[in-house]
Design a protein around this ligand. Structure first.
Ligand code: TRP
Length: 336
């Protein structure tokens, strides 16, 4: 461990494979910052029970897949510590303590929690754990004293809560135990789905996965939502808000930009068809995803290595978390 480096922590909820929205939202930043920061990446498996409580047995496999996604995009297990939430019981001890510093109404006011209740039409039927999950997330972050947290925009409310809890507990403890974690939103906080839905999500069926095959990329992009008002190639098309152009702008490299600019001009004038542009976009997405395949394959063929990455990470992280918890308990002068 290099103590002169600041601590970066982030993680994924293992409810399925990661997609290109995750890539521009957080993974890209993880890769970029892995040298500069002491980096921790967790699989929030308990957290996944908020949606998979009836089929928990698949969460473990999702954790493996999500880890493969992280490794495939270029995170280096020699530099980064990967761990699993459920392997570190002290996280829950911290979460129990933190829950005493959050009022019931504050927990229910969390805008991301409120959005999820609405989006999933949960009404008032949701678990106590669901309302609590932002507190678990705060414990995930603070257990290793995370200072920088790369996340998508939907996570900002939880980051705000982490700062409030850090301040409240520091005040109660009479010392600066916890830093106030800062979010780092990726260059695209929220990526539109292939169907034009403002959010890309597994349950919405509008994703392009980081582990997608060439054939699937082609199929998905060919079926992509574009400008519904445009029936013939000669009709004038709309570029703004058109997912096809959003993806070109987001994933195109510097080299692609003159072509993209040309496509946009022609599209508005009704001089280029969707098919031609989509074909180009397929190439752009392939250039992004193809390099991930080789690394993924390497780790897929070495499952013992993947097991070891998690086991070692769990041990290392737990040592740190035990120390953190000890510091807290000592400062609170608990009698034991
Ligand atoms: N809630 C995050 C998500 O669904 C995942 C997560 C859990 C997380 N714990 C975290 C992210 C701690 C950052 C830090 O994407």
């Amino acid at each position: 461990m290099n103590n002169s480096k600041k601590v970066l922590l982030t993680g994924d909820t293992p409810t399925g494979r990661l997609h290109v929205g995750h890539y521009v939202g957080t993974l890209e930043n993880r890769v970029k910052l892995q040298d500069e920061y002491d980096t921790y990446i967790l699989s929030a498996d308990l957290h996944a029970l908020t949606t998979l409580s009836k089929s928990p047995q698949i969460i473990g496999e999702h954790t493996r897949q999500v880890l493969l996604d992280n490794l495939a995009v270029g995170l280096d297990p020699k530099k980064v510590t990967f761990f699993v939430e459920s392997a570190i019981p002290e996280i829950y001890e911290l979460a129990a303590l933190f829950s005493m510093y959050v009022t019931h109404s504050e927990a229910l006011r969390n805008p991301t929690v409120k959005d999820e209740i609405k989006m999933k039409s949960l009404g008032d039927v949701f678990s106590l754990g669901f309302v609590n999950y932002p507190i678990y997330q705060v414990a995930d972050i603070l257990c290793v004293k995370g200072e920088l947290v790369p996340v998508g925009v939907d996570q900002l409310a939880h980051l705000e809560q982490s700062r409030e809890i850090a301040r409240a507990v520091n005040t109660a403890a009479g010392q600066e135990i916890f830093p106030e974690p800062k979010p780092l939103v990726g260059r695209i906080g929220k990526l539109v789905g292939t169907d034009g839905n403002p959010k890309m999500g597994k349950s919405l069926g509008n994703t392009i996965y980081l582990s997608e095959s060439k054939e699937e990329i082609e199929r998905k992009i060919k079926g992509m939502y574009t400008d519904p008002k445009r029936v013939h190639v000669s009709d004038r098309g709309t570029v703004k808000g058109n997912p096809m152009f959003i993806y070109l702008d987001v994933f195109g490299t510097d080299q692609d930009h003159p072509t993209i600019k040309d496509f946009k001009e022609k599209y508005v004038e009704g001089k280029v068809g969707d098919v031609e542009i989509k074909q180009y976009l397929i190439g752009v997405m392939e250039r992004l995803i193809d390099p991930f395949r080789e690394k993924r394959k390497y780790y897929e063929e070495n499952p013992k290595l993947v097991d070891k990455i998690i086991k070692d990470g769990n041990i290392k992280t737990r040592e740190i978390v035990v120390k953190t918890l000890d510091e807290v308990k000592t400062s609170l002068k608990f009698f034991s």
